[in-house]
Design a protein around this ligand. Sequence first.
Ligand SMILES: Cc1cc2nc3c(=O)[nH]c(=O)nc-3n(C[C@H](O)[C@H](O)[C@H](O)COP(=O)(O)O)c2cc1C
Length: 184
Amino acid sequence: MSAAVTVLGVNCSPSGGGKTRAAIEAVLDGAAAAGGETRLVELADGDDLAPVIASLAASSAFVFGSPMYRATFAAPFKTLMDAVPRGLHGEQSAPLTGRAAVTVATAASDHHFLGPAGMRDVLVDFFACHVVSPGLYVPAYGYDEHGALAEPFAARAALLGGALVELAGAIAASTALRAVTPSV
Ligand SMILES: Cc1cc2nc3c(=O)[nH]c(=O)nc-3n(C[C@H](O)[C@H](O)[C@H](O)COP(=O)(O)O)c2cc1C
């Protein structure tokens, strides 16, 4: 029997614990239903990214979530991407390269649904990470009165979680998908 897919959710909201966390957790629930082992880290919990990068290295799939700020992702996502190694130029690890990810974006309205493209771009083109696309975009009206995802967002989150685990399994079974590296 193959090892369970380990899925790490990373909440890149500057405040933490809010709408973005709820949306990431919905995707993680979908991943768990598909057999993944899930956990979540909050970048708002501290400035030291070393333990976060160690957690990335110990995982085979990721759910990166950020609120949309000024029509794009919030600063903690950029700060994390700036700190993650790619195994090039003397770096000793490449925790995102050739692994699977889903992006989650939350926002006040529908208007900035192209904002998370910037998250996908850096994951795909800079890190050679395999990203299930499109990701989950949840506006404020996508939550119920208890703060949980409403439909159709809940179903979409569950589907993406399952797709993430299946993609990670496909990567694990593939030589070529694991061998993809950044071009520069
Ligand atoms: C500084 C700031 C800028 C924001 N900019 C946008 C924006 O450009 N577009 C949008 O739809 N929502 C914007 N929002 C709303 C947040 O994206 C939204 O409330 C999000 O779900 C908050 O996630 P959180 O609870 O996980 O922090 C902004 C909020 C803040 C605080």
